[in-house]
Design a protein around this ligand. Structure first.
Ligand code: NAX
Length: 327
């Protein structure tokens, strides 16, 4: 049988953690033959640590055959020890009346500390996914704080946007969601992201031709996908959790086990592809194979798409600017 791998999850007692940990432990992320050790991080506050204990009791009570170890931590320097995968879910969400600069600086401190800890103690090959918002900029901060680790191993979650877009297209075309190929989401995990179905196909047929409605793309599809998080908060009174956890599982599973040629979206550090400045943590269409992702290159960018990409890039550059004093 396979050697266990270490999976660190931060914010483990939160909403997304509760929807995520049981699926990692059951083998949905890394495969039904891959034993895992969970290294769970929460803030040191007693309430959070108590809640984490409760989650661990439930994990134990599932008696998952693949779950061969569970650890509770309050310090990233121990939580990330030798970890092979790190899912950075915990962050400080924007509170009422909180200024953007304040949000960026609180999270800047969290992700600088976590990046440094990964740099110091994680596996040299650790694969990192940042879910906590602002996800792209938090991933960028962690990457910059971990100079001894490969920058390409730091990623941000755009997969929820990708899955939301796929689901809207399935509803519009009346086709099964699993039949949609070659979808892309560019940019920041925020309402500025650009979900792009110009290259998408269903059964070899162009989705753009099937829909054939530019006004729907601009006035319905993009705003629906962009504002989906807010719509869920309005309906549920809480932000998306199960769908976010599901997207995190999809992101890590595809990265680790491959996509067989299928396109998925990952937030990854740019090497200048599509004119995005190097190191920008940007959503790109990728394929994965052998534990590595590869950007889908050579796609034509028309004027409308360029405008959308410029807008989401400008937002990311603004966030980057807001944290540069921390790096
Ligand atoms: P919760 O508030 O339910 O849970 C967050 C947990 O993180 C809390 O238990 C908190 O104690 C812990 N935490 C905070 N700072 C920490 C730190 N420095 N180290 C360890 N743990 C820490 O939030 P939840 O609904 O689980 O959402 C978590 C994050 O995901 C939020 O930032 C949220 O904005 C973000 N999201 C990102 C999405 C994406 O697509 N990238 C979508 C869903 C979600 O909104």
């Amino acid at each position: 049988s396979k050697k266990p791998v270490r999976v660190a999850v931060t914010g483990a007692a939160g909403q997304i953690g509760y929807a995520l940990l049981f699926r990692i432990a059951s083998g949905e992320m890394l495969g039904k033959d891959q034993p895992v050790i969970l290294q769970l991080l929460e803030v040191p506050m007693e309430k959070a640590q108590e809640a984490l204990k409760g989650v661990i009791m439930e994990l134990e009570d599932c008696a998952f055959p693949l779950l061969v170890g569970i650890e509770a931590h309050s310090d990233p320097m121990t939580a990330f020890k030798d970890t092979d995968y790190a899912l950075l879910v915990g962050s400080r969400p924007r509170g009422p009346g909180m200024e953007r600069a304040e949000l960026l600086s609180i999270n800047g401190a969290i992700f600088t500390a976590q990046g440094k800890a990964l740099n110091a103690v994680a596996s040299r090959d650790v694969r990192v996914l940042v879910v906590g918002n602002p996800a792209n900029t938090n991933a960028y901060i962690a990457m910059k704080a971990a100079p001894d680790l490969p920058a390409k191993n730091f990623t941000a979650m755009l997969r929820l946007d990708h899955n939301r877009a796929a689901s809207q297209i399935a509803a519009k075309t009346g086709k099964p969601v699993a039949a949609i190929e070659k979808l892309a989401v560019w940019g920041n995990h925020s309402p500025t992201m650009y979900a792009d179905y110009r290259f998408a196909t269903i059964g070899g047929e162009s989705v753009k031709d099937m829909i054939n409605d530019e006004a729907w793309n601009r006035d319905v599809f993009l705003p629906t996908v962009g504002k989906r998080g807010a719509a869920i908060i309005a309906a549920r009174g809480l932000s998306s959790a199960a769908s976010a956890a599901n997207a995190a599982i999809d992101h890590m599973r595809d990265w680790a086990l491959g996509t067989n040629g299928a396109w998925v979206t990952m937030g990854i550090p740019s090497n200048g592809e599509y004119g995005i400045p190097a190191e920008t943590m940007f959503g790109y269409p990728v394929t994965c194979e052998g534990g590595e992702y590869k950007i889908v290159e050579g796609l034509a960018i028309d004027a409308f798409s360029q405008e959308c990409i410029n807008k989401t890039l400008a937002e990311l550059e603004g966030e980057k600017d807001g944290v540069k004093h921390l790096l």
